[in-house]
Design a protein around this ligand. Structure first.
Ligand SMILES: C[S@@+](CC[C@H](N)C(=O)[O-])C[C@H]1O[C@@H](n2cnc3c(N)ncnc32)[C@H](O)[C@@H]1O
Length: 221
């Protein structure tokens, strides 16, 4: 049973009590997603200049990263968003996190739509933003080669789910990614960095979100 957790910055996230693991940083959910996925990923020069991009997200969860990608989408850029998730959440629970509190009604409606849309099919959320939610295990997934521009790697922590942060998974993603594409993740663990390097990525250690020293960005050259 998931619980609502109040972060130190006043934002909320979900806590899985049996794992003692939260869906976002305990110091700020929106601040973390904005920094790691939007500023270091969506706004990276390899991504922001493209007219059309495919984003793949590991772990749709609350849909916060999809929401922020839509909200911060450039006017002239089309986004195809594909997310996998083994444990889809009820919108009634997600709504209690108030992630759209400061956003325009239109975006808030789009967010609700993202949650209510059926899984396993690609849908247009707006004219320039499509969403495919797949109820699947990342470890069993096969993605089309050279099809992804940007990966949001947002699994539970490497200590909790080490099988998802291994070289084999990163190799699968590397193959699915196009040339000059980007993977971002909040973790900066040495093992994760080494596994990304083993998969063929160039890896940068960047400043992390509030209260977190580092994060990783991996580039497929
Ligand atoms: C750290 S949470 C982040 C969720 C989401 N990105 C968000 O902002 O709410 C990790 C998510 O990965 C999902 N997950 C865990 N194992 C998975 C797997 N093997 N395949 C796909 N999703 C998985 C969890 O259910 C959870 O929703």
């Amino acid at each position: 049973m998931l619980e609502i957790y109040s972060n130190t910055d006043g934002s909320k996230t979900l806590l899985n009590p049996s794992l003692n693991e939260t869906y976002h940083s305990r110091h700020g959910a929106i601040a973390e997603s904005m920094h790691v996925f939007i500023e270091k990923g969506l706004r990276h020069e390899l991504i922001s200049e493209k007219k059309e991009i495919s984003i793949f997200e590991m772990g749709f969860g609350t849909g916060l990263n999809a929401l922020l990608s839509l909200h911060h989408q450039k006017l002239n850029q089309r986004i195809h968003y594909h997310a996998v998730e083994t444990f889809p959440l009820d919108y009634e629970l997600v709504q209690q996190l108030n992630y759209t509190m400061d956003l325009p009604t239109e975006i808030s409606d789009n967010y609700e739509q993202m949650h209510q849309l059926p899984w396993e099919q690609k849908h247009a959320v707006t004219e320039n933003f499509s969403l495919l939610k797949q109820n699947a295990d990342l470890g069993k997934l096969s993605l089309e080669s050279n099809s992804v521009d940007l990966v949001y790697f947002d699994a539970f922590a490497p200590d909790i789910q080490p099988e998802l942060w291994c070289a084999a998974i990163f190799e699968m993603l590397f193959t699915a990614m196009r040339k000059e594409s980007v993977l971002v993740t909040y973790s900066s663990k040495g093992d994760v960095r080494r596994n990304l390097l083993q998969a063929g990525f160039e890896v940068e250690k960047l400043a992390g979100p509030p209260f977190k020293r580092h994060m990783l960005r991996a580039i497929k050259k």
